[in-house]
Design a protein around this ligand. Sequence first.
Ligand code: ADP
Length: 602
Amino acid sequence: MQVLVLNCGSSSLKWKLIDAASRQALARGQVERLARTEGAHAAAIDEALRALDGARVDAVGHRVVHGGERFHDPALIDDEVVAAIEACAPLAPLHNPANLAGIRAARAALPGVPQVAVFDTAFHHTLPRRASTYALDPAVAARHGIRRYGFHGTSHAFVAREAAAFLGQPLERLRLVTLHLGNGASACAIEHGHSVETSMGFTPLEGLVMGTRPGDLDAGVVLALLREYGQSVDDVDRLLNQASGLAGLSGVGNDLREVEERAAQGDDRARLAIAVFAHRVRKYVGAYAAVMGGVDAVVLTAGIGENAVAMRRRILQRLDFLGLSLDEDRNADARVSDAKRVADVGDPTSRVRVLVVRTDEELMIAEEAAKVVAGRTAVRQPGPIPIAVSARHVHLNQEALETLFGPGATLTPRNDLSQPGQFACQETVNLIGPRRRIDGVRILGPLRSKCQVEISRTDEFHLGVDAPVRHSGHVEGSAPITLEGPKGTLTLQEGLICAWRHIHMHPDDAKAFGVQDGDEVQVEVHGGPGRDLIFGDVVIRVSPKFRLEMHIDTDEANAAELSQHATGQLLTPEGEELATTAATARLLSRRPTLRRPALTGA
Ligand code: ADP
């Protein structure tokens, strides 16, 4: 499939024709200095189409900066999607109107060619509430959609995927810090494939120092400039968006190469600009390692991340305490290109891997657009998926069982669970958190090799712990918890998780649904009377031991007011019970995902 990728800015149009299957760029171009008039984007797209000289275009992929609360996945564009992107425009007044002008012009110029919007914000929709929430009056925040959205999502997702492939490890086992350091710059903490923290927020102004933007800034500075120092809103806008960052600090401009040259000549402003830039990035690396309880790899990308040898060294020096050390020679020699996307610049002894990865947002957009378009041809799906609410529970190994229940203790089955071979036990334990305890938590059998304690968000708050959302069995680096049994207590250094919602499937089911182990899908849940809800990020688990069933936790069941015999269905864009590949089901769905329910306090 040949996808024309359009990146429409306020004053330029960048385009690339990409063969999605071979990942080859077939043609590319740029139209600069667009007039700020109606029709300028249409003229630019005409120019691009002329340059394409009749080359086949099977689909158009549009980069759209802000998808607001609505878009968590790429969307096939129709009038309703255009209206929804328009509704997000107040959140990105510089970007979304230009993106929309491109969409309108491309739809007019290429009628009948499917068009897909790919959003910079979408990858960050998995930010937990504690990371996406500003500590503001919630009524004000809700009224204006003020929260942390995050940007550069396409790039962070792309380099994370490339890094995992290079490391030969599944993304869902890795904790990554990705650093997109270009003219715009942002950091992202990616835990097991999901963005859990990112440095840009409500707008792309927050976070790292950028080419012309300051990044983090006390909001009081803005108030003081407006109130005490007589600046207008436009003055402050210009200061923050155009006259700050590397350019503002150095007085040289936003190109790091020139700032470095000037610094080498002894210019103190240029030196300070470099030091402030590097310091800010370092600070975020440390913060994000703390957020994830550790880090397996740091990934640098975009113009500065891919090319600036000295800046990489400044950012990553003296991080040995994290288990991270850079190899000076590898760092100096690293070259990445479309042909060789990844360079390993870590010292061979470094526990934390350090990778330079060439980003390619256009390629990612082309691939996403191709998936959405391919997914329009769907096939009939088999019957509904039963839903089970999984209450808090504990899995133990033999050693833990004996510590808690005495030497030689065995589990006493109480009743069988729906998954073959699994059972609830007579035995229970008490969970002791730093804040409060929860007594009588059921042990599930059979014994496992590792202990695991699965609780809900409400339990987490009650106990006073932060438990990561994890797939069952992935307990490395999760939260600690103390268990109390009749014969002893046991403190687990890790093992406490909130379980990712998931669907158990037999391989035959997986085949029928067209999904694989580890895929993420969206599921429409037919809950209580008149309440149909969409659960996003549902992971597929396939084993010959499993029977078809979706598991959600008690908070989610309460929020959805689920009845006893609730069922769910994999989603496709029209909301019909059609199957497609899981990835496509996820990418195609244009419905909002159910947010995790509010804490009810405890
Ligand atoms: P964007 O796409 O956000 O406009 P890029 O990803 O192209 O930005 O990054 C631009 C930045 O990369 C500029 O600050 C530029 O100076 C910097 N850069 C590119 N090559 C080098 C290099 N060899 N050394 C230092 N900085 C570099």
